[in-house]
Design a binder for this molecule. Structure first.
Ligand SMILES: [Zn+2]
Length: 264
């Protein structure tokens, strides 16, 4: 058995925030994710990270789900930031990889696409449109409609649509979860916090838009309903489009269950 260092955090998934938590295929009765900080000099392969870049990796080590983080470029190490990051990354491995169905097309992404679009510049109009829908909701004006979002999506090149569909599938539910765990009592502090969480944080609107998308869904659907659909492999973006009658059609392939993430 691998001798793991002291964890940065040990995280369980709150079934009130994520209703399908009971579906998580925990490898042991412990039902927590162990979050470890990697080092570039670490002896064990699994803990080795490249200095000077952010890394977030998931593995099953023996009967534990593990997240390894590399925070080389810089990270605000206040307790709230650690709690937030640990909740977000643990959600990816437990609630998504070990708890949900994943459409085949979201299993991995062309690294070239990631390089092209990670700065988020191409999606400003897309995020602005979600802001418009969300502001309509916050103002109590009812349904803001989906025209702006449909138009913004239409304008994106096809490979940018592939990128945003992939990222929204993985990041929106995880961000909703970590937001709910760390910020539901002080929502006004969240966006400023998120903008400064990492040193290289240019694409952060991807994340804040996920919280807004979740709130837009919760305005129309019971939490158990939208989350059950997401756990069954539908992306929040496709669900948002369907719920608000957006003219956005994603080609989501058949969802499958990942049986085991190989340890590294
Ligand atoms: Zn994430």
């Amino acid at each position: 058995m691998l001798d793991l260092p002291l964890p940065v955090a040990q995280v369980s998934i709150d079934p009130e925030v994520w209703i399908p938590a009971a579906q998580i295929r925990w490898p042991s009765a412990e039902q927590t994710v162990v979050v470890l900080e990697g080092r570039d000099q670490a002896e064990a392969d699994i803990l080795r990270v490249v200095e000077g870049r952010y890394e977030f990796r998931f593995a099953q080590v023996d009967d534990r789900l593990v997240v390894i983080v590399g925070l080389g470029p810089g990270f605000a190490r206040e307790p709230r930031a650690v709690e937030f990051l640990a909740a977000h990354e643990s959600f990816h491995v437990a609630a998504q990889i070990y708890g949900a169905k994943i459409p085949v097309n979201y299993l991995d992404m062309d690294p070239e696409l990631a390089r092209t679009y990670t700065d988020g510049v191409a999606f400003e109009g897309f995020y602005d449109a979600i802001d418009v829908m969300h502001e309509g909701l916050a103002a109590g004006g009812g349904d803001a409609g989906c025209d702006a979002l449909s138009r913004a999506y239409e304008k994106l090149p096809e490979d940018a649509r592939t990128y945003i569909a992939y990222k929204a599938f993985w990041e929106w539910p995880a961000e909703f979860y970590s937001y709910s765990i760390a910020f539901s009592a002080r929502p006004n502090e969240y966006e400023g916090f998120r903008a400064n969480l990492f040193r290289e944080n240019a694409g952060f609107r991807l994340y804040t838009s996920g919280v807004k998308a979740a709130q837009l869904l919760e305005a129309k659907l019971a939490r158990s309903e939208w989350q059950t659909r997401v756990a069954n492999g539908q992306s929040m973006l496709s669900l948002l489009a369907a719920t608000y009658n957006c003219e956005i059609r994603l080609q989501e392939q058949s969802p499958l269950t990942i049986l085991r993430l190989d340890g590294m």
